[in-house]
Write a protein that binds this ligand. Structure first.
Ligand SMILES: C[S@@+](CC[C@H](N)C(=O)[O-])C[C@H]1O[C@@H](n2cnc3c(N)ncnc32)[C@H](O)[C@@H]1O
Length: 255
């Protein structure tokens, strides 16, 4: 899956509050999220996007290398408008980042291996690369892999991929189960979803007073188009979902 439909929402409703946003995406694939996200980030004077994948992100590299005023690590000098694509397993990268203390991402998108053990470990390790205001968005929370494990190493095209995590049998399975256990063990974290759409947003409830997804009133022309799509049973792009986030007053002062 991808976070398509949420990229605009997250950028306008959340990242806009940061002067120089820093985003980490776990699982880049063909850049369905990365490309619109990097475009939106490039509207800020400075930004950092770090994307991790166990496959080399050739398509994304080809595309991003053509973006004006965006530096692609490996091809360009760093300018503070940086895209960094790493061919690496998320757990190795997060372990290394924890030790080096680098990071402090405002937004972390979790969409790599969709199994209980990986997502559980990622949620634990991510704590070392974020700050109290940061949010984590996990894809496939409501999808096919909500309560069933997917290991990419089981897929034919990953058979010889040494970076892919080997499958481990586990009683508990799936992204949703991992997120629920994380929330159970970390009571200062809450979640927000939008209907049955795939992603879940995780945020600190001691930092954010409100973190809410709603639908904006749509102009008539949009609603009639949407109606037509619904009756044809075609998927629609939920681009009218609005994110309203309010920091608690003590955090407002520190901004
Ligand atoms: C569902 S796709 C990502 C889709 C992408 N986020 C988007 O929105 O278009 C999952 C990707 O995660 C990668 N992946 C699987 N396990 C990983 C891991 N442990 N670390 C990093 N990437 C991983 C796969 O190679 C695959 O490209």
């Amino acid at each position: 899956m991808s976070y398509l439909g949420f990229v605009k929402t997250l950028c306008e409703g959340y990242l806009a509050g940061f002067p120089e946003p820093r985003v980490l995406e776990i699982g880049v694939h063909r850049g369905q999220t990365a490309l619109p996200l990097i475009h939106n980030l490039s509207l800020f004077s400075k930004f950092t996007y770090v994307g991790l994948d166990i496959l080399p992100c050739k398509l994304v590299i080809e595309q991003v290398s053509q973006y004006a005023n965006v530096s692609l690590l490996g091809l360009d000098e760093r300018t503070g408008r940086d895209v960094i694509l790493q061919h690496v397993n998320s757990l190795d990268w997060l372990e290394a980042s924890k030790k080096s203390g680098q990071g402090r991402f405002d937004l972390v998108l979790v969409d790599g291996d969709h199994n209980y053990k990986t997502v559980t470990k990622e949620l634990e390790l991510i704590q070392a690369v974020i700050h109290p205001m940061s949010i984590i968005v996990c894809d496939d929370y409501n999808g096919q892999w909500a309560e069933t494990d997917l290991y990419y190493s089981d897929r034919d095209e990953y058979k010889d991929n040494e970076k892919a995590t080997k499958k481990e049998e586990s009683d508990k399975q799936g992204v949703k189960t991992a997120v629920h256990d994380f929330l159970e063990e970390n009571k200062t974290w809450s979640s927000e979803t939008w209907g049955n759409l795939d992603p879940v947003i995780l945020y600190r409830n001691d930092v954010w007073e409100k973190f809410e997804l709603t639908t904006e009133e749509s102009p008539d022309v949009l609603s009639s188009t949407r109606q037509r799509h619904r009756s044809n049973r075609q998927p629609i792009v939920e681009r009218d979902v609005k994110l309203t986030a309010h920091l608690r007053s003590m955090y407002l002062k520190s901004q």
